[in-house]
Design a protein around this ligand. Structure first.
Ligand code: FE
Length: 205
């Protein structure tokens, strides 16, 4: 089996947000879909390593902000390449609050929806949350970004900001965030420390 076939799935990209007490947090996901129409239900799958995952497990509520083609790489770095355990991701960004009290992102997005969890499914690396869609609003007319558009037009090529003399001779680069693993052999169970993607998303330098 060629596991790279999964890259041919088409995906959008989203900022998933949650709130636990006074703590706001968010992360980037590519796994939000409308799952049913009657009742109107959505599903998301979230890597268990994400702090946002634990917050949704606890509170059962979340918002999904739809990133548009007008989104900037800085937004992906901000929400995807650092952990809410270490920083307050809402300290210096533009956002509003939906009726559920949870933040949604207003910059580089074209819509948001709110979800109230009705079922969780343990999928191994990820948990799938199935939720009633309780709110939603269009924010702009910009097209939704796709994973393919992000790679072609928004994400800088891996290591493009590194000086040539810094480049390691041997190693593996995370094709998602650009993190470089220095070493000849990448362990099969390696998880990118920055974006939490698996070894299959790394390419040899
Ligand atoms: Fe990564």
């Amino acid at each position: 089996m060629d596991s790279k076939v999964t890259r041919n799935f088409s995906y959008g990209l989203f900022v998933l947000t949650a709130k636990d007490g006074d703590k706001d947090n968010g992360c980037i996901i590519n796994t939000a879909i409308q799952a049913a129409s009657e009742p109107l239900r959505i599903s998301i799958a979230v890597n268990k390593a994400n702090y946002t995952h634990d917050m949704i497990m606890k509170t059962g509520e979340f918002n999904v902000s739809f990133l548009s083609e007008a989104s900037e790489f800085a937004t992906y770095q901000h929400f995807g390449f650092q952990s809410g355990r270490d920083v307050d991701k809402f300290a210096e960004i533009e956002f509003k609050r939906a009726e559920n009290g949870i933040a949604y992102i207003t910059n580089g997005t074209n819509a948001f929806v709110s979800g109230k969890v009705v079922e969780t499914v343990d999928l191994g690396s990820h948990t799938m949350f199935i939720a009633d869609m309780t709110d939603g609003e269009i924010l702009s007319a910009d097209p939704s970004v796709t994973y393919a558009y992000y790679f072609a037009n928004i994400k800088p090529s891996p290591g493009s900001d590194a000086k040539p003399e810094d480049a390691p001779k041997k190693g593996w680069v995370c094709t998602i965030c650009g993190y470089i693993y220095e070493g000849e052999v990448l362990p099969e169970d390696f998880i990118c420390p920055i974006c939490k993607h698996p070894a299959s998303d790394f390419e040899k330098l």
